[in-house]
Design a protein around this ligand. Structure first.
Ligand code: GAL
Length: 385
């Protein structure tokens, strides 16, 4: 860990950490500081409403996509098999920024659709939208988790747009990799019975819930998703147009029940941060590293340091944003408010690499990009152990 990081560690302010929800007094993005847990307002002064999302950097502009969570939170229905809280699905929103602090609301880029037949009906689930740019088609492709209100459908959805600000044309949803075994299927023999879901869903396609998309340096893209009743994660190669899965996939973190994947690359290695599987409630984050994107992935333990580090600072991973032309990464997470989902907040913290080469996310009450850049620079050149 760098000396700067050690210094920053001493600057925790316990009060703000207690819950990460210290009130609405401070605008978290004002004017050049990230303060996790506070209300972050857009350039119109409205709270930013983009959860479980991602940030795409394209032609000098950042686009922040996320679940629009307006409306009343419905409390659990104990008569149903799945008893979580939810809001009506209100589509996917987009904000743009040139500095990551000031966000202009670009409106809904994928709107709900009336009628029970549509995946995008407000009674369904559309979560964790991830948008990537396809160099071949020059189009923007959005992948997302599509589900029924009780989460039994477990599908991937795809939409496409000519512009980053939409509108995205919804192409439909599907269960990936039907009729093909993963490239490391032999591992199924070692999963204490949990590989049975892989076999169960072989014919009709694998379950897909929490997900992300990663585009490698060579332009190949992969979707990572929690599968097999959320026990095991899959990595699937996408077609060159990014609109389908190819059928080449592997099982990773087998039987580990990981969710909320966020993938990035550093020094030619792939990194993956995930959460545990406890719904909207926070749990311990886990990092993993691999030389090949299909694995094997080696688990590195919890990357978080600071108060509530065993609960991801009360958040859940959503995305890791590499800042172009630097070694700086931002760990992006959701601070879900389970009983008031529309009021959920954001957690953005610098992600550094420790002397042991492991990713580290250290709590900071507030920080600016210059701090992150310095920290990473120090890390890269430091001879500290
Ligand atoms: C979490 C998941 C969220 C949402 C939630 C519903 O495990 O990461 O995206 O689906 O469950 O309870």
């Amino acid at each position: 860990m760098s000396k700067l990081s050690e210094l920053l560690k001493c600057s925790f302010v316990a009060a703000a950490l207690a819950a990460g929800f210290s009130g609405d007094v401070l605008a978290g993005l004002n004017p050049d500081q990230f303060a996790s847990g506070f209300v972050w307002r857009d350039t119109d002064g409205n709270p930013i409403d983009a959860h479980g999302g991602c940030v795409l950097s394209w032609q000098g502009v950042y686009y922040w996509y996320g679940e629009t969570k307006t409306g009343r939170t419905f409390l659990p229905d104990c008569n149903k098999s799945w008893g979580g809280t939810r809001v009506d699905m209100a589509g996917v929103g987009c904000y743009s920024s040139t500095n990551l602090y000031d966000w202009k609301n670009e409106g809904l880029v994928l709107a709900p659709v009336a009628g029970a037949a549509s995946d995008l009906n407000s009674g369904n689930v559309v979560e964790r939208p991830k948008v990537v740019f396809n160099r071949n088609s020059k189009r923007f492709v959005m992948w997302m988790h599509i589900d029924s209100a009780d989460y039994h459908e477990a599908r991937l959805g795809v939409a496409v747009s000519e512009k980053p600000t939409g509108p995205f044309q919804y192409l439909g949803s599907f269960r990936p990799d039907a009729g093909v075994w993963p490239i490391n299927v032999a591992d199924a023999d070692n999963t204490a019975g949990k590989g049975k879901y892989l076999a169960r869903d072989f014919q009709n396609g694998q379950m897909a819930r929490d997900m992300t998309v990663f585009v490698d340096d060579d332009g190949k893209a992969y979707v990572f998703y929690s599968s097999e009743e959320n026990f095991t994660m899959h990595v699937s190669l996408l077609t060159d147009d990014y609109l389908r899965t190819t059928g080449k996939y592997s099982r990773i973190l087998i039987g580990r029940s990981r969710e909320a994947p966020a993938v990035f690359k550093h020094n030619a290695q792939y990194y993956l941060i995930t959460s545990g599987s406890t719904g909207w409630d926070p749990n311990t984050a886990g990092a993993a590293v691999a030389n090949s994107i299909f694995g094997p992935w080696k688990e590195l333990g919890n990357p978080c340091i600071g108060p509530n580090a065993d609960k991801t600072f009360l958040g859940q991973s959503s995305f890791v944003l590499p800042l172009p032309g630097s070694n700086t990464f931002i760990f992006i997470a959701d601070l879900w408010k389970k009983w008031d989902l529309s009021n959920s907040r954001y957690l953005w913290l610098p992600l550094e690499f420790g002397g042991d080469g492991k990713p580290v996310v250290m709590w900071r009450d507030n920080w600016s990009l210059s701090v992150a850049k310095t920290a990473n620079k120090n890390q890269d050149t430091s001879s500290d152990p």
